[in-house]
Design a protein around this ligand. Structure first.
Ligand SMILES: NC(=O)c1ccc[n+]([C@@H]2O[C@H](COP(=O)([O-])OP(=O)(O)OC[C@H]3O[C@@H](n4cnc5c(N)ncnc54)[C@H](O)[C@@H]3O)[C@@H](O)[C@H]2O)c1
Ligand SMILES: [Zn+2]
Length: 368
């Protein structure tokens, strides 16, 4: 820890084979971004990539801080929406970077939620065959999940994240103060990923979340501790299986097979990612009761906890369930007809199973 700020800054080291970077978590960090980046990057020119919601809130402060540390930043703002996460938009950004004179000696800073983290990371991965990337996540979901692990990418018409690259950031800076402007629904959806982390590996955090006070939900110290813990959880799992090949990283997909299908069935409008994940977690718990011996009482505790954060645990009555099954076929994990589904044996212990049938999943979705 260092203590430049009133709430001491915590640093989490993220290390694996061939990469090592730090995530700084604290309050009032935006003002110091320039200094922190300067310690890691001696380059001059950079592109700040942000969106139309986040840019007006924070980009000018980020730019000022970078300029005073001797950097030459160019701000590139894209429309705020998952719809911006495309190859066309990435290409447009690259064009703007070229026009601004950025070359292989420059770097990219993403200031925004997971959409900005993913597309700015992807641009950094391909621009001049790869330049450094700095992540400044501004949503809870991006802080605890998408900014960690090196997955970058864009969506195509055929599905989400189908084009991408592994490209770890040089540094991640999580200023918890930026979460003050995050709308409630967006804030709560971050808890779906946090609860997922608790279910797969951290029964103790699950217990702590059960007594999480709504009042202190945005309290900097509580948030800082929670974010650090979740960064550690995710980075530890990623380090075991960075390229998602051995199945160890796959536990992070708990709840996601059905969650992604629900997101798609709702045309990416009805539910936010974390909300669809919440429903996917409930379905995964039902499958886990049948195939992994999860105690029904633990499933009920999961549902209670999701509801505590105003996350949905039942599908609306009229939701087109058939669309969910159709969407499941598009899931990368269902390729070759082989189902590899993440189940929880108990809260705090999940694993990949090949015993799950499509009927089990259908039943679980019907129960939602
Ligand atoms: N790379 C990974 O490992 C990984 C993991 C999980 C999710 N993702 C990706 O992350 C994306 C979802 O991220 P998200 O939930 O952060 O969505 P998002 O980036 O769309 O942000 C949500 C909304 O909040 C706004 N916003 C962001 N920060 C704000 C702030 N501080 N104040 C006010 N408004 C703010 C944004 O403009 C946007 O409208 C998806 O594209 C998903 O595929 C990637
Ligand atoms: Zn997710």
């Amino acid at each position: 820890m260092d203590s430049v700020h009133s709430v001491p800054v915590a640093a989490v080291e993220i290390r694996g084979a061939g990469y090592c970077y730090r995530a700084f978590v604290g309050s009032d960090l935006i003002e110091d971004i320039g200094k922190r980046v300067r310690k890691r990057l001696s380059r001059e020119r950079c592109a700040i990539i942000s969106d139309t919601n986040v840019g007006p809130l924070f980009a000018s402060r980020v730019k000022r801080s970078l300029t005073s540390a001797g950097f030459k930043p160019t701000l590139i703002t894209i429309p705020a929406s998952e719809k911006s996460k495309t190859l066309e938009q990435a290409s447009k950004i690259c064009g703007q970077m070229t026009a601004a004179g950025l070359d292989r000696q420059s770097f990219v800073i993403g200031v925004g939620g997971g959409v900005i983290g993913d597309i700015s990371g992807f641009v950094a991965a391909i621009y001049h065959r790869g330049i450094p990337h700095v992540q400044i996540p501004t949503t809870l979901l991006a802080m605890v999940d998408s900014s960690i692990g090196g997955k970058t990418g864009v969506d195509t018409r055929a599905g989400k994240n189908l084009i991408g690259a592994f490209h770890h950031p040089s540094v991640v800076i999580d200023d918890v103060d930026v979460l003050k402007t995050l709308p409630c629904r967006e804030f709560n959806q971050g808890f779906a990923e946090i609860i997922k982390h608790a279910i797969i590996v951290d029964a103790k955090m699950f217990k702590q979340l059960q007594s999480w006070e709504a009042r202190s939900a945005r309290q900097p110290l509580a948030l800082q501790q929670l974010i650090c813990r979740n960064i550690k959880i995710k980075s530890k799992i990623v380090a075991k299986d960075e390229r998602d090949r051995t199945g160890e990283r796959a536990v992070l997909n708990f709840g996601h097979s059905v969650g992604h299908a629900i997101e798609r069935a709702g045309n990416y409008r009805k539910f936010l990612h974390g909300e669809a994940l919440s429903l996917g977690i409930v379905a995964a718990c039902a499958v886990s009761i049948k195939r992994a011996g999860l105690a029904p009482g633990q499933r009920d505790a999961v549902i209670d906890l999701l509801q505590r954060f105003d996350l949905p645990t039942r599908l609306p009555k009229k939701f087109p369930r058939e669309k969910i099954f159709k969407a499941l076929k598009f899931d990368k994990k269902f390729d070759r007809g082989e189902i590899r589904f993440v189940v929880a044996r108990r809260i705090g212990a999940a694993c990949l199973s090949s015993d799950v049938t499509i009927e089990d999943i259908r039943e679980a979705v019907d129960e939602l």
